[in-house]
Ligand binder design. Structure first.
Ligand code: PMP
Length: 411
């Protein structure tokens, strides 16, 4: 049972999300696709509107009133993000477009500088394409090889396989903190320590974890940590790369253009200090400001409360869905994040999700940008319902009824 206090806290929070006041096909919208993107609270929307209304000077170059305001808001957002991640300094925070661009940045800077033929990049079988393809691209360019750690039946990492595949050849270990399909939460600190013992650098894909649990990159000791603001109640088009200062300082730029330079002549260009060296062109200032507000929102709620609430929703959803004949859940780790991926024997995941959608319940269906994982599971795709701070037990009941109806219609 969710405690009364928590129930009250989160039913009030729900009112802060304007998206939930609308109907879908004449029915109350039930939003269960937060692993794809979270809805945005009014506070984030208001802060971005205020920014676009009064603060849209360009950053770092304008010597006037509103350019200074914008620069201050942008750099405050960087400091807030550094604090949110437990980074040592704001210099360690690079603003990019999202997790995907962040991983490409690390692959094309750290990877390009440090990988050579015979080196290995270690991934896991539960990675999103965003944490596979950028590494394959740099592997092709450098002659490095990709390996992937296998999974156990319950969707957790096979640690014996990890220890087998990790070696002095491993130059980079890049893994997701939480699988966007199985929900598996990986032990970031433990895995990072083992990878470091082997001499590898570590990148953590934090896309799914940042809305679930507090992060302290210093304690984790990871070399890079990336996430997207839009999965943390923030805006689209803004992502974050954390990198250890000493490593970032050793890296070449990612893209060329304005702001990332120190001096330009036609003969030679010298580059700016970190983090600006990695931020060519006008950045997504409103996005960073929106992220600042989103971090305030999530910290106001508190990760302890979020975890307690979402765990209850997850366990109710899991036990209710398992009552449905023929329904199989993929990912059964005891410490998994708030999502359930499933299929029903004899029904196609797309057909299921279409009927569920018609009931006003938004879920995701398909390969979830994890085709190697789907191949491993022996399925083409799954239906995924994911839960967040604005959901409640009624939402779960709607989901279960919609899945039951879909099953009856399809079988
Ligand atoms: N990694 C994981 C685990 C994800 O869930 C996602 C988004 N589905 C990404 C990376 C990519 O994030 P983005 O599309 O915001 O770059």
């Amino acid at each position: 049972m969710i405690s009364t206090d928590l129930h009250l806290l989160f039913s009030n929070i729900r009112k802060e999300f304007p998206a939930l006041t609308q109907k879908a096909y004449g029915k109350d919208l039930v939003y269960l696709d937060s692993a794809a993107t979270t809805l945005k609270p009014q506070s984030v929307i208001d802060r971005m509107t205020q920014f676009y209304s009064y603060e849209t000077g360009n950053v770092h170059r304008g010597a006037h009133f509103i350019a200074d305001k914008a620069t201050q808001a942008f750099e405050n957002a960087r400091m807030r993000t550094a604090q949110f991640l437990g980074a040592e300094s704001a210099d360690e925070i690079i603003f990019v477009r999202g997790t995907t661009e962040g991983i490409n940045l690390v692959a094309q800077t750290y990877g390009k500088m440090n990988l050579k033929a015979g080196d290995e990049i270690l991934l896991t079988e539960m990675e999103h394409h965003a944490n596979i393809v950028p590494w394959q691209m740099i592997a092709e360019q450098t002659g490095a090889k990709i390996l992937a750690v296998g999974l156990l039946e319950n969707g957790e990492l096979d640690l014996n396989d990890f220890k087998l595949k990790l070696s002095s050849k491993t130059k980079i270990f890049a893994f997701t903190a939480c699988s966007n399909v199985l929900g598996t939460n990986n032990d970031m600190k433990f895995l990072t320590a083992l990878a470091h013992q082997a001499g590898a650098k570590v990148l953590i894909d934090g896309a799914q974890i940042v809305s679930q649990a507090p992060i302290n990159v210093k304690d984790l000791d990871c070399d890079f940590f990336v996430f997207s603001a839009h999965k943390l109640f923030g805006p689209f088009g803004l992502g974050v790369v954390y990198g250890k200062k000493s490593i970032l300082e050793s890296l070449p730029p990612y893209q060329g253009g304005g702001s990332m330079i120190s001096k330009v002549t036609f003969e030679k260009t010298t580059y700016n200090d970190i983090p600006y060296r990695f931020e060519a062109g006008t950045p997504h200032v409103a996005g960073a400001v929106g992220l600042h507000s989103a971090i305030d929102f999530v910290e106001r709620l508190g990760f302890k409360n979020i975890h307690a609430f979402e765990s209850e929703l997850l366990s109710k959803a899991t036990s209710s869905l398992l009552q449905i004949p023929g329904l199989k859940i993929f990912g059964t780790s005891a410490t998994k994040g708030p999502m359930v991926s499933f299929n029903i024997q004899g029904a196609h995941h797309s057909d299921l999700s279409q009927i569920i959608d018609q009931e006003g319940v938004a879920v995701r269906a398909g390969h979830h940008c994890t085709q190697p994982l789907m191949a491993k599971l022996g399925v083409q795709g799954t239906v995924r319902a994911s839960f967040s701070v604005y959901n409640n037990t009624d939402d779960i009941e709607h989901l279960v009824k919609a899945v039951e109806k879909a099953r009856e219609m399809l079988l």
